[in-house]
Design a protein around this ligand. Structure first.
Ligand SMILES: *[C@@H]1O[C@H](CO)[C@@H](O)[C@H](O)[C@H]1NC(C)=O
Ligand SMILES: *[C@@H]1O[C@H](CO)[C@@H](O)[C@H](O)[C@H]1NC(C)=O
Ligand SMILES: *[C@@H]1O[C@H](CO)[C@@H](O)[C@H](O)[C@H]1NC(C)=O
Ligand SMILES: *[C@@H]1O[C@H](CO)[C@@H](O)[C@H](O)[C@H]1NC(C)=O
Ligand SMILES: *[C@@H]1O[C@H](CO)[C@@H](O)[C@H](O)[C@H]1NC(C)=O
Ligand SMILES: *[C@@H]1O[C@H](CO)[C@@H](O)[C@H](O)[C@H]1NC(C)=O
Length: 930
């Protein structure tokens, strides 16, 4: 078995195929796109965290090296429990998209800098980077992450697939990420670049004059044919048919082999360095705070409200407003303060816009503007509003919908299901309908309400029926659920209800455990591990405090919570749901994955439902307080939510808290993922469940987005649908969250086992803002609704980038004297900032440093000059100012006054050298002062 350690072109988990796990941290130390990306992301994250923490006057001191501890240090001790789940989710999105380039763009030369496609590869990087920056500015972090993953792949491939390393370069190639530079000196098509290598493993195949003239070239990749232009180098490897043609061999540095070990190592370090430079450029444009949000680093949860504002809601709106105020106030200034608030109003026929803010007072002001009007007794655009919320909120959010009427836009049902599945967000409905006599509840309307139950259950949320008078008490539920580090321990649904008891494990890390039961006229008894029991009638008992709101029971366990196996037995009369949640940083995230073949095989996330007839594969990331190492995973299973069937998976540990789980016999119905294990630190057994319901499907919908959309122009997106079940006429439903007009065929005739292609045309309006992301759902449903599946795609609209030059930041003066003890002295820096003929300066920020910045803009000879002044204590000797123009080009000024405090300058020669330098520096500083 060959130990492969590919630098570039290796997909996540590829090593599994050969049984070697060298692609993930903690594996065999191989270098892959994922490890290179991870190293770069972690390094940059530490750097940004340090700058942010220090700018707040705190010290950046992680308690250990785990991701979780880094995160804790970044967010600071003022935050409550910090779960690393969202951070891992964000990183996984980046890694996965990076890996997917090897499947979705397997044969595209520019994506891999193959076959001398330099300008194409560079365009992918610079345009991708422009899209990332525009997305971040519009708050579209998920779209930005996906593009970032892909752009990093192409950038990293340059160092493996070109001869940059062989040319003796020890630094990265700036022209790849700077749109104002050009790639030059590329070997033309007629220039032979390699000499023949019969063994396929020659240390240096490049023609001497290519090296001496510093000509840039890359290996040709022949996936489908052996043809390549005369004399050209090949990529090499079994998948490259061109490598058998003279000149044979290949110059790819993907794998470390005996003949190319040094080249491989250099390629890895340059790819890492280049990744860091790209991240730094993005950070400069985004600013530190948004950069951290891009990385999924934020305190606590997001609070997302979707509120019905039709006329009949008038009373309820007042109440909904009051409820949302009180939720916002109860969290304000606490450790659980949401990192972001989202509000989507809906009416009839209007819905939106989505309002997003980090400021609780802004949110309250927005909510206070809501007024009920119009709509009459007609049902509203509830699902349209919900769709906006689902695509706008971060993954795994909780969304609260306030309404009193069934949805009118039920045609969106499939899209909503697809989106909840894709985002893993849970939807809670607060229904005040039962109190409204004005509304006649037609059978049609009733089915509308049933839809809410279905959607809530599928997402892991709940429907809470409340009278207006009860609504305030419903507040508590929202307060419970919008806490940080919320985990689900058990989730079940029964329809029809049956007498049953549900055991659940509570471990030492869980606090604030609450059991929610929805259902009318039921009875239940709670049993503790030590045998104490409490029935529903005991409001305040020895085990818990029990409250009811409408159809909902809220059972809050008393503290301290006994660890071990609890049990709740339910005697229902109707359908019911039960859910046990708590707060804990020990949790997991997961994705269903499938393997793919090709020159760089690997695993890809399945964003729709996994395929029937195959074993289900999951990639699990486990996270705990002190890193994943303190958690032992013992069982991972797919469990039915509406039944009791359970299918155990085979667990393969990949290192770094990652596990690949294969489940051979998947339950027929809808299931969730359940994990059991042991927390080594506390020796207590734990249990966690995912909340989003999944089931298998015979239908597969695939589509790949290969570029951004231009405002005002048609965008053709091909997609394919295939079924391994029955053929026939399938119904296609395509939706998007931005109201972009779509053109497509709603019917598609499928033959079993044959992939059928179709196309959807999107035309974003000419005034669509650059950076807008569009979430597109393509759903395919078989005859009679028997089987269905979908694809969810994220697209970005990007206006043509015309400004390629960064703003210029020029240091014009440094003044102040930093002598001996720094505390009583200050220094300052004056800069002149211009953007020439560019798009104009958008933002100037202190990227690093703990001082004050002020600025004034003057027009001098028709050119706008921003004169800035930075002043800081001598104890904060370093500054980096970041200047961004309207198209995201970044210019920087850095300066460091040497701190000449006595202690640090003592003995070593090195320090004497520093002293000399700083003495010179001081003189300069002083001179400038006058
Ligand atoms: C749960 O409680 C019921 C009723 O007391 C009991 O029959 C059952 O054995 C218990 N199950 C567990 C796992 O403790
Ligand atoms: C993107 O896909 C479309 C449709 O498949 C194709 O025509 C186009 O050439 C592709 N563009 C790139 C940059 O790969
Ligand atoms: C900085 O800009 C101001 C305003 O345009 C100008 O008067 C000054 O000369 C500039 N300083 C330098 C060093 O260019
Ligand atoms: C700083 O200034 C204060 C008040 O002027 C003085 O008491 C203190 O000794 C000074 N500290 C140092 C280290 O010079
Ligand atoms: C601005 O554009 C004009 C005309 O294209 C050019 O002559 C001039 O050099 C440009 N100035 C800068 C600062 O780039
Ligand atoms: C920065 O501004 C704050 C508030 O205006 C002030 O208290 C502080 O002394 C300033 N710091 C420096 C180094 O000028």
């Amino acid at each position: 078995m060959e130990m492969r350690s590919e630098v570039c072109g290796v997909a996540l988990l590829v090593m599994l195929l050969s049984g070697v796990q060298a692609f993930l941290p903690g594996g065999n130390g191989g270098n892959t796109h994922v490890t290179i990306t991870e190293n770069a992301l972690m390094k940059k994250m530490s750097e940004v965290c340090k700058a942010v923490v220090e700018s707040e006057g705190r010290e950046f001191k992680p308690t250990g090296s785990s991701v979780e501890e880094l995160l804790g240090a970044c967010l600071g001790s003022a935050t409550g429990q910090v779960s690393a789940a969202k951070f891992h989710e964000a990183l996984n999105q980046i890694y996965m998209e990076n890996s997917l380039v090897d499947r979705d763009f397997m044969a595209s030369n520019p994506h891999h800098f193959n076959s001398e496609s330099f300008s194409g590869g560079r365009t992918l990087i610079t345009q991708g980077t422009a899209a990332i920056k525009a997305n971040i500015r519009k708050g579209s972090f998920q779209a930005a992450r996906e593009t970032l993953g892909r752009v990093l792949h192409t950038l990293q491939d340059f160092y493996s697939h070109s001869n940059w390393v062989e040319l003796g370069n020890k630094a990265t190639y700036p022209a790849l990420i700077r749109p104002d530079l050009t790639i030059s000196n590329i070997a033309d098509i007629y220039t032979p670049t390699c000499s023949d290598c019969a063994s396929g493993t020659c240390p240096n195949q490049l023609q001497p004059f290519i090296l001496s003239r510093k000509k840039l070239t890359s290996g040709y990749m022949g996936l489908f044919s052996a043809y390549k232009p005369k004399g050209k180098c090949s990529h090499g490897g079994a998948a490259d048919l061109s490598s058998t043609q003279n000149p044979r061999g290949g110059i790819s540095k993907d794998e470390r082999r005996a003949h190319n070990a040094d080249l491989h190592n250099t390629a890895v370090s340059l790819a890492t360095e280049a990744s860091l430079e790209l991240l730094e450029d993005i950070r400069g444009a985004a600013g530190n705070k948004d950069y951290l949000r891009l990385m999924g680093i934020a305190r606590s949860a997001v609070l997302c409200f979707v509120i019905d504002t039709t006329g009949s809601m008038a009373d309820d709106i007042a109440e909904a407003k009051r409820v949302s105020y009180s939720i916002i106030d109860s969290k304000k200034g606490t450790q659980d303060e949401p990192s972001e608030y989202i509000l989507v109003p809906f009416n009839d026929p209007d819905f939106g816009p989505l309002i997003r803010t980090a400021d609780p007072d802004v949110m309250k002001a927005e909510i206070s503007k809501l007024g009920a009007s119009g709509g009459g007794d007609a049902p509203e655009m509830c699902l349209s509003g919900l769709q906006l919320a689902l695509t706008g909120a971060p993954a795994s959010s909780l969304i609260y919908v306030f309404t009193d009427a069934p949805a009118k836009d039920t045609h969106l049902e499939k899209n909503i299901k697809a989106l909840t599945h894709r985002t893993k967000s849970a939807v809670y409905y607060l229904l005040t309908a039962s109190t409204r006599s004005k509304r006649s509840v037609s059978p049609q309307a009733r089915s509308g309400f049933q839809l809410y139950y279905d959607l809530a259950l599928a997402s892991g949320g709940q429907v809470i029926k409340v009278s207006k008078a009860d609504l305030p008490r419903a507040t508590d539920i929202i307060i419970d659920t919008s806490t940080s580090a919320l985990v689900t321990i058990l989730q079940k649904a029964r329809d029809p209800g049956s007498v049953e008891s549900f055991p659940f494990l509570l471990d030492a890390s869980v606090s604030k455990v609450t059991v929610y039961i929805t259902g009318d006229s039921l009875k239940f008894t709670l049993h503790s591990p030590s045998g104490v029991s409490q029935s529903d009638s005991a409001g305040k008992g020895s085990l818990a405090v029990i409250q009811t709101v409408g159809n909902l029971w809220r059972v809050q366990l008393n503290t301290p919570i006994e660890t071990g196996l609890w049990n709740i037995s339910i005697v229902p009369t109707q359908a019911y749901t039960i859910k046990v949640t708590g707060q804990s940083v020990n949790t997991f995230i997961y994705n269903f994955v499938e393997d793919f073949k090709g020159p760089h095989p690997g695993y890809a996330v399945i964003y729709g439902r996994p395929q029937k007839g195959l074993p289900a594969k999951l990639l699990l990331t486990v996270t705990g307080q002190k890193g994943a190492d303190t958690l032992k995973v013992q069982e991972v299973a797919l469990v039915e939510v509406s039944g009791s069937r359970l299918a155990d998976g085979v667990i393969q540990e990949m290192g770094g808290g990652k596990f690949l789980v294969t489940v051979n016999e998947v339950p027929e119905g809808e299931f969730v993922v359940m994990m059991k294990g042991e927390d080594v630190a506390t020796s207590s057994r734990f249990q966690r469940q995912s909340t989003t319901l999944t089931s298998l499907s015979n239908v597969i919908v695939t589509a790949t987005v290969n570029s951004t959309l231009l405002p005002g122009e048609d965008f053709l997106l091909p997609f394919t649908v295939m079924t391994s079940g029955t053929g026939g006429t399938y119904t296609i439903t395509i939706g998007n969250d931005r109201n972009i007009p779509l053109t497509y065929n709603t019917k598609l005739n499928l033959v079993s086992g044959v992939s059928t292609e179709s196309t959807v045309i999107l035309k974003p309006p000419a005034n669509t803002a650059s950076g807008t992301d569009v979430t597109l759902t393509i759903a395919a449903e078989g005859p009679g609704g028997a089987d269905s599946n979908y694809a969810v795609l994220r697209l970005s609209v990007l206006a043509k980038v015309t400004d390629l030059t960064p703003p210029v930041c020029e240091i014009v003066r440094v003044s102040g004297i930093c002598l001996s003890s720094c505390t009583n002295y200050t220094w300052d820096l004056s800069v002149n900032i211009t953007d020439g003929n560019g798009s104009g300066i958008e933002d100037i920020s202190v990227q690093q440093g703990r001082g004050n910045f002020s600025q004034v803009a003057v027009v001098d000879g028709g050119v706008t000059v921003v004169m800035g002044r930075y002043s800081a204590s001598c104890c904060a000797p370093d500054v980096t100012l970041s200047v961004v123009d309207k198209e995201g080009n970044v210019g920087k000024c850095s300066y460091s006054v040497q701190n000449r405090g006595g202690v640090s300058l003592s003995l070593s020669l090195l320090l004497w050298a520093c002293l000399l330098l700083s003495a010179l520096n001081t003189m300069q500083d002083v001179l400038l002062l006058f």
